[in-house]
Structures are given as structure tokens and as C-alpha cells.
Design a protein around this ligand. Structure first.
Ligand SMILES: Cc1ncc(COP(=O)(O)O)c(C=O)c1O
Length: 360
């Protein structure tokens, strides 16, 4: 059954409900830092022009990004967040008599787009927290129109890596669009990270989705982009609204792209914190899943507080994480990697819930 996406309550309500001054927001995989200062300046300068509609094709942004990525401008599409593009893809290619394959647990919207279009779907269980690409390949049928791989995967943070993805592309029929949802790709530091953009030349059925919501700190503005064969972009153009990306979103994204050094600094910070948090979790006796993204799954069974109550117990201590029960990972929480201070507050709150041995 199709159910509305349920975002968490506003932070002001949480503060009121739990009578706390501050909530550390580690529940939605957002960037701990805001937009780059240059982006804030560019946004401020654009406010006076808001009586006009935006460019319907995100023209300037498109030209800049096409040049940066080495693709034709017509290979790009922009949306009100990458979620918008996912939903538009569903609208463009799904319907009764079609089929979708994706992993489970993975990003909740994949199921929604299948249900919204009355398409059938196979949600293929992860294996050891990773996409089981062999099983996903086996799930593909003649009527499969979309196969979605979330790399790195939300909520597990794992990657399958370029070799396995290449192998997947080689074995999927060209009638099936393969979507790489790369919302967190800027956080990946693995040495064998391969930019998948040049693959578009080899595979006309490849669609890559990325977002400005995460490392660029622009979640509130809503802008994401996709790369695909011109026919796919054309199909999306037919179903999207004429001005689906606001002026401010276009301005912010364009300015944000001009500062790759700032992106690298954020990536390095998160990578360093992932290691440090992992060590601290191990010291607390907590299981955790090594992540390539800006969030980590942390096991919460066997604490002083019953596992199902742990997300609330953390909230009472001022730390909001995503409960695993809502995202297919009962017994775990998903915590965004925040600033060092925020991460310490999370670890401290979790530490409160770890039982100490009674002194003899
Ligand atoms: C895997 C994945 N894809 C897409 C999105 C949506 O991002 P956007 O804000 O660009 O719509 C998210 C957001 O959390 C995500 O986790």
C-alpha cells in the first residue's frame, strides 16, 4: 500500500516535548554545515529578481555542469531534489504491466514509485548489508523497466564498487533502465572509486542521480540532477512541470559547484569522523556497519534500555537519530555523521545507555 513519506517532527516540537534546549539533528543524513558562504552571498544577490520565473532548462547551471562532467548539456536533467527525478522516472517509464527491482533495505522512495504507478516490484534483500547484485540480476524480467542501485546504500552506507557495477551493466538487457542513485557519492573515499559518468557512453540504459542536498548543504532548497541518454532526458522533460527548479536552487547549485575544495574538506571531515566514531563504538561494545557515506548504522540491542526504546532515550538526551524500525533495520539506529561536537554528544548519550559492570 502506498503510504505518505513520514518526516520526523520539527525540532521545535521535539524540544518542547522533551523539555530540552538543544536537539542534535542526526536523523536525516543532512550536512552538519550550511551552504558555503559564497553560496549564501549569491543567494542574497538573487533575491531581487524573484518576480521572474527561473530558467526552465537550468541553462547556466546545465552549461557549467556539462563542462565540469564532460557530457553534452542534453545528457543532464534537473529536479526539485533527486527525489523529484526518481518520481518523474517512475511516471515516465512505469505503469501496470511493468516491474521494478531494488534492494531492501534501501531508500524508501523506490517502493513508492512502483506503488504509485501500479508496477510490480522485487525488493531484493541485502547480503551482509550490501546489494546482492547476483540476486537482483536474477530478479530482472522481460517487463522490468527500472533496476535501482543505491551506491552508497541508504541506510547501510555500503558500496558494491565499480567492478561489480560494471558486471551488472553488462548483464542487464537494454530495455531495463539501470539507475545508480549516487546521493552520497561525494562522501566516498575508497581508492577504487570510479566516476560512473563516462559509463554513459557505454550504456544507453544507465541513469545516474545525484543531489545538492547532502555534501553541498542545500537540502532545504531542493535541487538534484541526473545524467542519462538524451531519450531518457526527453521522456522526463515531457512529464515534469515547466519550472521544476527554482531560481534560488539554480543559483545556489551553480555557485556551490565552483568550490570543489570546500567539498573535499567536508569529505575529509566525514571520513575522519567515521573512523573515530567506529573506534568509539567498538570501545562501547556496539556493532556498527563500516560506511562510505555521511551516516552509520549502529546496533542497539543489549543496552540498559530495551532496544525499541533507545531512539527515544537518545532523544531525551537531546540526540535525534533515525530509528531502524522505520527503515528496515530493527535493532539498529542510523546516525548521521555531524560535527565532532555533535558526534561526541551522540556517543556520550549512547554511552549513558551502555551498562557498566558492577564493581565486585
Ligand atoms: C539514497 C537517496 N536518494 C535520494 C535522496 C533524496 O535526495 P533529494 O534531497 O535530492 O531529493 C535521499 C535523501 O535522503 C537518499 O538518501
Amino acid at each position: 500500500m502506498l503510504v505518505p513519506y513520514k518526516a520526523g517532527p520539527p525540532l521545535s516540537e521535539i524540544r518542547r516535548r522533551y523539555d530540552i534546549d538543544r536537539v542534535v539533528e542526526l536523523g536525516a543524513n543532512e550536512c552538519a554545515e550550511g551552504p558555503f558562504p559564497e553560496v549564501v552571498a549569491a543567494l542574497t544577490a538573487s533575491l531581487v529578481g524573484l518576480n521572474r520565473y527561473p530558467s526552465g532548462d537550468s541553462e547556466e547551471l546545465r552549461a557549467f555542469l556539462a563542462d565540469r562532467l564532460g557530457v553534452e548539456p542534453g545528457a543532464l536533467m534537473f529536479g526539485n531534489g533527486s527525489c523529484d527525478l526518481l518520481m518523474l522516472l517512475g511516471e515516465a517509464v512505469l505503469g501496470p504491466g511493468t516491474h521494478v527491482v531494488y534492494a531492501d533495505p534501501s531508500f524508501v522512495v523506490y517502493k513508492s514509485i512502483a506503488l504509485a504507478r501500479q508496477a510490480e516490484f522485487d525488493a531484493v534483500p541485502l547480503r551482509e548489508h550490501r546489494h546482492d547484485l547476483e540476486a537482483m540480476k536474477r530478479a530482472v524480467r522481460e517487463d522490468t523497466r527500472l533496476l535501482i542501485v543505491c551506491e552508497p546504500n541508504n541506510p547501510s552506507g555500503t558500496c558494491v564498487g565499480p567492478a561489480a557495477l560494471r558486471d551488472l551493466m553488462e548483464s542487464i538487457p537494454s530495455e531495463t533502465l539501470v539507475v545508480f542513485d549516487e546521493a552520497y557519492t561525494e562522501y566516498v573515499t575508497r581508492s577504487d572509486l570510479e566516476d560512473t559518468v563516462p559509463w554513459l557512453q557505454d550504456y544507453e540504459n544507465l541513469v545516474i542521480l545525484r543531489t545538492f542536498s547532502k555534501i553541498y548543504g542545500l537540502a532545504g532548497l531542493r535541487i538534484g540532477y541526473g545524467l542519462a541518454h538524451a531519450d531518457v532526458v526527453d521522456a522526463i522533460d515531457k512529464v515534469r512541470q515547466p519550472y521544476n527548479v527554482s531560481t534560488l536552487a539554480q543559483v545556489a547549485a551553480l555557485e556551490a559547484l565552483r568550490h570543489p575544495q570546500r567539498v573535499a574538506e567536508r569529505r575529509d571531515h566525514v571520513a575522519g569522523e567515521r573512523v573515530r566514531i567506529g573506534e568509539m563504538l567498538t570501545a562501547l561494545g556496539r556493532p556498527w556497519v563500516p560506511s562510505k557515506a555521511n551516516f552509520m548504522l549502529v546496533g542497539i540491542e543489549g543496552l540498559l534500555t530495551a532496544a525499541a526504546e533507545v531512539p527515544t532515550a537518545l532523544l531525551e538526551r537531546g540526540v535525534l537519530v533515525r530509528s531502524g524500525w522505520g527503515i528496515g533495520y530493527p535493532g539498529w539506529v542510523r546516525a548521521t555523521v555531524g560535527t565532532k561536537e555533535e558526534n561526541d554528544l551522540f556517543l556520550g548519550a549512547l554511552g549513558d545507555l551502555v551498562g557498566e559492570e558492577e564493581p565486585i
